[in-house]
Design a protein around this ligand. Sequence first.
Ligand code: PAF
Length: 262
Amino acid sequence: MHEMKHPLAFVPTMGALHAGHQSLITLARTYAPHVAVSIFINPLQFENPDDLAKYPRDVSGDTEKAKAAGADYVWAPTVEEMYPAEPTIIPAGPIGNLYEGVHRTGHFDGVVTVVKRLFDLVQPEVAIFGEKDFQQLFLIRQLVHDLNLPITIVAAPLVREPDGLAMSSRNIRLAEAGRRSSLVISRALREASQATGFANQRGVLHQVLATEPGFTLDYAEIIDESNFQLATADTGAARAIIAGWVNGVRLLDNMPMQVANS
Ligand code: PAF
């Protein structure tokens, strides 16, 4: 790893960069004069070996995209560099076992472990994470708070394709019909965001998602952003979170929901 100048804003990625990642890098530039991007496909966070094998890899293309978006440093460590010895796994805690954690056992322990290691190696003042992975963002904020790390975590808004699909490195694995089916997710979120009352919003999500036979639901819930529990009358900021499958590709999405009159 090259010597990196500070103050430094850091954008950790697993590569396969798209416009969503580029927006994180652009945002990073507004927080610090120096920007570092890491590209590391972290084996610890893949509970499914097939998903790990199929994860898109293009380090030279990614390096160009990262630099074009404003990165000063692009660092793509090997597994041996990241984990010279069997790593001590940092548990993500109880929230890590909800939602994504139910469907991807150990996933968030792997995420938290790699992010802590990346932070130790890069030592950024600021780190940027996309709201696309909303539960991940919550757990990383929790990690920084619990370990008292001197890093400001900045949340970057989710970026959508023109048709509404949330940008993801996995989208390129969707065939044309799958791509059409996947649009039910953003449609469900948009319609739910027009509804008032968490029960109604949840109802709309499930009703709309059920109209698409090509979509298999893992979960669709309205959560309280402050604690990742189901939204209640005391909730100040609520978000709908959805995960499911189209054509063997797992898709995630989320959107803020109205709280007033809930
Ligand atoms: O969101 C991702 O791309 C990954 O989970 C992260 C944060 C780079 C850790 O591997």
